[in-house]
Design a protein around this ligand. Structure first.
Ligand SMILES: O=c1[nH]c(=O)c2[nH]c(=O)[nH]c2[nH]1
Length: 312
């Protein structure tokens, strides 16, 4: 029997990179949490303590900040592709670089009587937007002409709720079933979604990734709003189909959706009726519904999903 090194990777996690564009008096801000990881032949660093092949995580951090200036952050995806490509070039023993980005959105603070927060707002004062976080994971493998780039875009914690238009009934029952069937319930989730672009050429082709994000987000939201739900599973599938139907460059979308149960509170004990008006928002346990929706001719995902947490 021998003991051997298994899979490994290393990088700098959670670089909080804030880039402000201040070329005019009207500033813009991109607020990122950037994690890098290199995979490849780094066995000697583990077995012999030999750092000859190791591009320090400190250098990876510096590159992340330098690239915020040198390359800029037109979109998280474009920045991540540039950063991943650079790290792979700088570390010859690496076979793959993965750059994960979370973006926190800031809105301009509405000021003045006419300003309803509709895109006007203050030039350089901002307020953080809700819980939702935009994400991307870019994986770069190979160099030069052989370079393969996979781009996942997505979001975490898009919290949505519908106060009717949702039922859950007809389910299996056994001796442990107590759940009552319902034809009118609250449906709420905190959606994590990631979608895979059909090829990195979407970036070369000048696809506006910010517009793409806004469009997928709107498709998810409007489908959630307008689809009658017989289960969260059905709603997720409808949302995924809608995204693929309206975005030809997206090959697949994956969801992880906690069912944020809203339990009708028993007010009978106080002589009050409760016709779907007062709920206990139960935070745990929660149903966890996960699904992927994809084209049957989707191009191979390669390493796109490798080490991407919370996905099947
Ligand atoms: O939308 C739902 N899907 C389920 O699978 C499930 N299971 C459950 O108890 N409630 C629900 N709701």
């Amino acid at each position: 029997m021998a003991i051997v090194l298994g899979s490994n990777r290393y990088g700098k996690a959670e670089n909080r990179v804030v880039r402000i564009y201040r070329d005019t008096g009207r500033h813009t801000i991109r607020d990122l949490n950037v994690s890098t990881a290199l995979r490849g032949d780094f066995a000697r660093a583990h077995t012999d303590g030999d750092q000859a092949d190791v591009l320090p995580t400190d250098t990876q951090k510096n590159t992340a900040f330098a690239y915020a200036k040198e390359v800029g952050i037109a979109s998280p995806e474009e920045y991540a592709v540039a950063l991943g490509t650079r790290l792979l070039e700088a570390a010859p023993r690496a076979t793959g670089a993965q750059v994960r980005v979370e973006e926190y959105a800031w809105d301009r603070i509405p000021v003045g009587e006419d300003d309803q927060g509709d895109g006007g707002g203050h030039d350089h004062s901002f307020v953080r937007r809700g819980t939702e976080v935009r994400t991307c994971v870019v994986t770069v493998e190979g160099r030069g002409d052989g370079r393969e780039v996979q781009v996942l875009s997505g979001m975490e914690d898009l919290v949505v709720l519908k106060s009717t238009g949702s039922e859950f009934r007809g389910f299996l029952k056994d001796r442990y079933t107590t759940l009552e069937e319902t034809t009118d319930r609250v449906l709420a989730t905190s959606l994590t979604a990631r979608w895979r672009w059909a090829g990195a050429h979407v970036l070369d082709g000048g696809t506006d990734m910010d517009a793409g994000y806004a469009s997928v987000r709107q498709t998810l939201l409007s489908t959630f709003a307008t689809t009658y739900s017989r289960a969260l599973q059905e709603t997720l599938y409808a949302m995924g189909r809608a995204v693929l139907e309206t975005h030809q460059q997206i090959a697949e979308i994956r969801f992880s959706a906690p069912n944020k149960h809203h339990v009708l509170y028993d007010l009978e004990r106080f002589g009050l009726d409760n016709d779907g008006e007062v709920f206990l928002a139960d935070d745990r346990p929660y149903g966890l519904i996960e699904a992927s929706v994809l084209r049957d001719d989707a191009p191979d995902a390669g390493s796109a999903w490798t080490d991407v947490r919370a996905f099947l």
